[in-house]
Design a protein around this ligand. Structure first.
Ligand SMILES: NC(=O)C1=CN([C@@H]2O[C@H](COP(=O)(O)OP(=O)(O)OC[C@H]3O[C@@H](n4cnc5c(N)ncnc54)[C@H](O)[C@@H]3O)[C@@H](O)[C@H]2O)C=CC1
Ligand SMILES: O=C(O)C(=O)COP(=O)(O)O
Length: 613
């Protein structure tokens, strides 16, 4: 999957692919140059463009920065390539503070809108708590996000984005470097010669040609390692429960079971993420299944290996050699027996550390962070549901409508009746499978929750917030006849089992019910209870319920006029002439109490309510 065009989709509550990009994307050919063309173009445009101010956004933008109308602040806690830093600086104030203690990080994080880290910064729950709601984006300048507490980020409504593609080749090349160096004892022989020795027979190596390499984790890095190792004349097998057989076959790799991979390989290279299910996957039991004298390379994460078990396997000869770039604790303890082991080659987490990869990563993450701060689509978000760019763009006006309906409906609830069940009904000519409503559901939740709490809701945390508050959101579809050109005809929001402060908003079923449509790109309220109205959802709204009588509209209008309140829309809906009617009046300003009192005292006005949209 290609990255979304950078900084393009300016939409609130950017949603993003949670799926990993196609591991096959970075091919040998495509990545041979210094920078992919997209980033090269960006580099030249960066040189030419002056600072760009952040565009205002509705939702994902950090409230603090948006409220101040100023530039957001980005804290960078580990060394980032200069191009990415320049790009960040063109948009935000950038604070580069390296080697912060956990305490220093907690102190700084409440002053920033985004945080950019590599693998050396632990972004824990305490960090999100210390941010006190300001931190909106964490950018991981690299692939592995095991150093970020994703659950805590999600609960805080903080989007986490990574840079999943730019260091793939660097990691694969480093794996090959370790594989060949280990097979020929390069590091040990180098140290020996530098110590004044000439030990030719001690450092006899093993050949790679004809040997079997098991690639454990056939994702982006794993598949690039496989391609390269084939060029060294090795036979490649791979294990990855989620990889497509076709993709493996296309590069001449057999996907096999875990047991087959580890029991038949001469070399085993690890390329899976560290997750609860991969933690210590390589342990006493699995080492015992391996061929005597197997060689292991780990450029993934230290935590996928039980390091003590590896040490035992090295000591008893099951594992002849290991080459490790990553460790459970980084840096490892000074007296680490693994690091000191004669048959172990180590590097200090250098997999991604090439000039080219770091340039690419810095730009990839800067684009993602800026996009996320603007509320744009974040193609590399790891804790938000995926809504493709074109879907977001099409749903954009309905996103606004959904939030306004949520905001409106909750203000119709009378105090004390807790909102528990929300039904959202989408009427559409589209097949339900062609209508992704997750962002709409999130926005209804936002509209309902934000006016009645201090929670900040966005697509990242909407479902979590709803669950926390015991709010059940039920979605229903009404399939309409017609051509499916527009995604939706209307959205209804119903609140069940609540009392309303405005009886006119109750449907026949006794729910509070509002319905809205998008007209000429703008959200309109089209139904309140069982009354049809048509009023633009902007500014503020007065709903009046009256007995249908000549002159009432004029009376209410003149009260507002006298009080200098500008009426933007007015619409009347009635069940039948002379019966109950609802007047919906859009007003720019909030009327003073006196005006509202006078409206309430107007003869035949039975009830009214003032709503902020
Ligand atoms: N040492 C370094 O500097 C670097 C390390 N890495 C690490 O390398 C690893 C791989 O990175 P990418 O290839 O970019 O990620 P990726 O997401 O493209 O690939 C990971 C693959 O592992 C597979 N996988 C998940 N669970 C598995 C299991 N139990 N057994 C076998 N396969 C499993 C997934 O299906 C996926 O195909 C990550 O842990 C990443 O953090 C990546 C870049 C640099
Ligand atoms: O991208 C990854 O997963 C890496 O491990 C690279 O880590 P780094 O950014 O070099 O600290």
């Amino acid at each position: 999957m290609a990255l979304a065009t950078p900084l393009r989709h300016h939409l609130p509550l950017a949603a993003a692919p949670a799926v990993a990009p196609d591991p096959a994307t970075p091919s040998l050919v495509a990545t041979r140059g210094a920078l992919p063309p997209r980033w090269a173009r960006l580099r030249s445009s960066l040189a030419a463009s002056p600072s760009s101010e952040p565009r205002p956004t509705r939702s994902l933008t950090p409230p603090a920065a948006a409220a101040a109308g100023g530039r957001p602040t980005v804290l960078v806690t580990e060394k980032l390539g200069p191009l990415g830093l320049d790009l960040l600086r063109s948009f935000a104030n950038v604070d580069c503070s390296y080697e912060l203690t956990a305490e220093e990080l907690r102190a700084k994080v409440s002053l920033v809108d985004a945080l950019v880290v590599r693998s050396g910064t632990r972004v824990t729950r305490e960090v999100f708590e210390a941010a006190r709601g300001r931190l909106r984006v964490v950018g991981r300048a690299g692939v592995g996000i095991d150093n970020v507490d994703l659950q805590a980020a999600t609960e805080a409504g903080c989007l986490v984005v990574n840079a999943p593609t730019a260091n793939t080749v660097a990691a694969a090349e480093h794996t090959i470097a370790l594989l060949t160096a280990m097979a020929r004892n390069v590091a040990q022989a180098d140290a020996s010669l530098k110590a004044g020795k000439w030990e030719r027979s001690k450092y006899v190596g093993v050949t790679l040609v004809g040997k079997t390499l098991a690639v454990m984790g056939f994702g982006k890095v794993g598949s690039e390692v496989a391609r390269r190792a084939k060029g060294l004349g090795m036979d490649i097998i791979a294990h990855d429960p989620y990889a497509a057989v076709d993709r493996a076959r296309a590069i001449g790799v057999d996907l096999v079971s875990f047991d087959e991979a580890i029991s038949t390989a001469d070399f085993i290279s690890l390329h899976m993420p560290l997750t609860p299910s991969t933690e210590k996957l390589f342990n006493d039991e699995t080492f015992a299944e391996m061929k005597e004298g197997v060689r292991i390379i780990n450029v993934a994460r230290g935590g996928v290996v039980d390091e003590e078990a590896l040490l035992r396997a090295l000591d008893n000869g099951t594992v002849a050699q290991a080459a490790l770039d990553v460790f459970i604790e980084e840096p490892p303890p000074r007296d680490s027996k693994l690091v000191e082991h004669e048959n172990v080659t180590v590097t200090p987490h250098l997999g991604a550390s090439t000039t080219e990869a770091q340039e690419g990563v810095s730009l990839e993450i800067a684009e993602a962070v800026i996009g996320a701060l603007r509320g744009d689509l974040a193609a590399t978000a790891v804790n938000a549901p995926m809504v493709p760019a074109e879907v977001l763009s099409e749903l954009s006006p309905y996103v606004v409508l959904a939030e306004k309906l949520g905001r409106l409906v909750v203000q119709l609830v009378s105090g004390g009746s807790g909102v528990k069940v929300v039904k959202v009904v989408y009427s559409s000519t589209r097949d339900p499978d062609d209508l992704d409503t997750r962002i709409l559901r999130a926005m209804v939740t936002k509209g309902i929750v934000e006016p009645i709490s201090s929670a900040f809701v966005n697509i990242v945390n909407a479902d979590y917030v709803a669950k926390q508050r015991g709010l059940q959101i039920i979605e229903e579809r009404i399939l309409l006849d017609g051509s499916p050109e527009v995604p939706l005809d209307s959205i209804e929001v119903h609140l069940a089992n609540v009392e309303s402060k405005f009886a006119g908003a109750l449907s026949d079923a006794g729910d509070i019910k509002v319905e809205g449509k998008v007209k000429d790109g703008s959200p309109h309220l089209t139904l309140v209870g069982s009354f049809s109205v048509d009023v633009g959802l902007e500014g503020n709204l007065i709903l009046c319920c009256q007995v249908d009588q000549p002159g009432i509209i004029g009376k209410v209008g003149s009260i507002l006029g006298k009080m200098n309140v500008n009426v933007s829309f007015m619409s009347v809906g009635r069940t039948a002439p002379g019966k109950q009617a609802i007047m919906a009046i859009g007003v720019d300003e909030e009327p003073e109490k006196e005006a509202l009192k006078l409206i309430g005292e107007t003869p035949f006005v039975e009830e009214f309510v003032f709503l902020k949209l």
